[in-house]
Design a protein around this ligand. Structure first.
Ligand SMILES: [Ca+2]
Length: 208
């Protein structure tokens, strides 16, 4: 059973994960978001994955249909519905880690080769910041601050994988791993808020 605060925390983290997949941030994870996100993952793959060719189109589609488009293959899903689905999916304690691991390991194949994973390549501060700028437009100074504050040294691709699994499966607020990726991607919430405020401000100006 979830405690209220833990449930809130997991939902907030899942919402950030959904935002990573909702490229245009309109609250619906659509086929266009899939294509935009895949393009970003391909760029990351060229930079960090030691691979020039992207994951095959079939494997890409398979991941999205299996893990994201829960209304059926190729059907859009609202971010909120996806978060609800994931919350339920992560409910059985004994299954959580295994389920998140499967989802994230397959997602990592968009970016990293088995070779890179096997060699457990180390990623420095600069790589880390670049990764988040490309994937989620996270401000470089924010990524750097979080890297120094929350991530281990040396930071390897396996640590990264583990942290993404914790993002989706762990709900303990004070657990170090639960917070790592979240500390970076909560910046997306901030961007969305900023965008909302700017729109609200513009609408107000128009009235005068
Ligand atoms: Ca969208």
């Amino acid at each position: 059973m979830f405690l209220v605060t833990e449930r809130w925390f997991l939902r907030r983290k899942l919402r950030c994960w959904a935002k990573l997949l909702d490229a245009d941030q309109d609250g619906v994870i659509s086929q266009a978001d899939m294509r935009a996100t895949n393009a970003k993952l391909e760029e990351l793959c060229r930079l960090f994955g030691a691979r020039t060719d992207p994951l095959s189109a079939d494997d890409q589609k398979k991941w999205w249909n299996e893990h994201i488009f829960k209304h059926g293959e190729g059907k859009d899903i609202s971010a909120e519905e996806y978060v609800n689905y994931m919350e339920g999916y992560m409910r059985p304690l004994g299954e959580r880690h295994k389920r998140a691991k499967l989802l994230i390991e397959q997602w990592f194949k968009f970016i990293f080769t088995d070779e890179v994973l096997k060699n457990n390549t180390i990623y420095g501060e600069l790589d880390f910041c670049k990764f988040w700028t490309i994937l989620a437009r996270v401000d470089e100074s924010h990524s750097r601050k979080m890297y120094v504050r929350n991530f281990p040294t040396p930071f390897t691709v396996k640590d990264f994988l583990q942290d993404f699994i914790s993002l989706l499966s762990k709900d303990e607020f004070f657990d170090e791993n639960s917070n790592r990726i979240f500390s970076v991607i909560k910046f997306i919430e901030y961007l969305a808020l900023l965008n909302f405020n700017q729109k609200a401000y513009a609408a107000k100006l128009e009235k005068y």
